[in-house]
Design a protein. Structure first.
Length: 385
């Protein structure tokens, strides 16, 4: 039987044709015509002050923090559950990531945990739209406003999701998108920064190109302008090759998300009665981008054994995402018990736009069998572990 992949990037003929056009144009590098067109498309789609095309979301987080003026020793509260790029970015600046625990039902940062962690050294918060579901931005913004903190939305996984009718990525003053091959819209590697304030966007764009403006633009000028380097920058530009792919992918966000939605609805229906696992919860006021579909296994189920069995049957699966505070490099005095538990009990099962109904049925059948086989009977009283 054909293996069923955990993830699959939906890249096809339209994307290839867009790449061929870039090859013919002679400008494959960054900040050229394609990059600019992509940025305009993002500004339009998200109705933000500025959008900066970048090489990945990690870089977008880094330049966001630089543009927002984070300094060594500052504390930045980060969502504990999710890919730990926010904590990495805070550490790039020798600032201190402070991990905030998450909601048990959605896995997104818990606004009450954020409020409890604020100290005189706190300068901002990075919320994560965990595997594609937006966090609680009304509550988070109120806390940020009350304490004069910045709020960044890490919407790396959430392209196509919504919160109270608004697009994920534009739910805070700064939003970060990822176009990595495992996300819902992709150019292999890629990212973007969305900013309400055009000054933040302009600053981030400059920092992402060695501190000088667009080389493409300089080539268009008549005469010989000699640019000057006025600050230390990075090279975080997105190539025009990737930008061309993303112009097509952004156009397809709705279509691809609708297909993942259908997969999620089928999983939810078929797994509804299964006592040994629960399917994801999506509050009424938001929609999920389904970057990953994670079921929560009952504590009696041996997750590793379930995963081994699924993989043996050719069905891709994984642990889902990460609890940041238990990673050796980030180990902190703040415990996040909810996040730690999700990290142990979540199981990611195949989710992408190319999955057909019969494949979903095959996954469900295998999963149902595996959780029943690998549920250890609850301990009898008096027995020691
Ligand atoms: C994937 C991911 C990132 C990193 O994205 P890259 O584009 O690979 O740098 C950052 N934050 C979260 C929450 C992610 O899931």
């Amino acid at each position: 039987m054909q293996p069923i992949q955990l993830v699959h990037a939906s890249l096809g003929e339209r994307e290839l044709a867009a790449v061929a056009e870039v090859f013919a144009s002679g400008w494959p590098a960054g900040q050229g015509p394609r990059g600019k067109a992509l940025e305009a498309q993002l500004v339009d789609r998200y109705a933000v002050g500025d959008a900066v095309a970048l090489c990945n979301a990690g870089a977008a987080l880094h330049v966001s923090l630089l543009a927002l003026g984070v300094e060594p020793g500052d504390e930045v509260i980060v969502a504990d559950y999710g890919f730990p790029a926010p904590a990495h970015a805070v550490r790039y600046l020798d600032a201190v990531p402070v991990c905030a625990d998450v909601r048990a039902d959605t896995g997104t940062i818990d606004p009450r945990a954020v409020a409890d962690l604020i100290t005189p050294r706190t300068v901002g918060v990075i919320a994560v739209d965990t595997v594609g579901i937006p966090a609680d931005y009304v509550e988070l913004q109120a806390i940020a406003d009350r304490h004069g903190l910045f709020l960044i939305e890490d919407a790396a996984c959430a392209v196509g999701a919504t919160y109270q009718g608004r697009e994920a990525g534009a739910l805070a003053e700064v939003g970060v998108l990822s176009f990595h091959g495992r996300k819902g819209a992709s150019s292999g590697e890629g990212g973007a920064l969305l900013a309400a304030d055009p000054k933040i966007g302009a600053d981030a764009r400059l920092r992402a190109s060695f501190g000088i403006g667009s080389i493409f633009d300089m080539g268009e000028v008549v005469g010989l302008p000699i640019p000057e380097f006025t600050r230390i920058g990075h090279n975080y530009k997105l190539s025009d090759i990737a930008a061309a792919i993303l112009q097509v992918q952004l156009d397809r966000v709705g279509e691809l998300r609708a297909r993942r939605d259908a997969v999620a609805a089928q999983y939810a229906e078929l797994l509804a009665g299964e006592e040994l696992l629960t399917v994801p919860y999506v509050p009424e006021d938001r929609t999920h981008a389904w970057q990953t579909y994670m079921v929560t296994l009952d504590p009696t189920v041996d997750r590793a054994a379930v995963a081994t069995e699924l993989r043996a049957k050719g069905i891709g699966c994984g642990h889902g995402t990460f609890a940041t505070h238990v990673q050796p490099v980030f180990e902190s005095k703040h415990k996040c018990p909810v996040s730690a538990e999700l990290f142990e009990r979540h199981l990611a099962i195949p989710m992408h736009a190319e999955l057909g109904a019969s494949q979903v049925e095959r996954v469900v059948e295998a999963l149902r069998g595996a959780v029943r086989t690998h549920a250890v009977p609850t301990r009898t009283p008096g027995r020691t572990a």
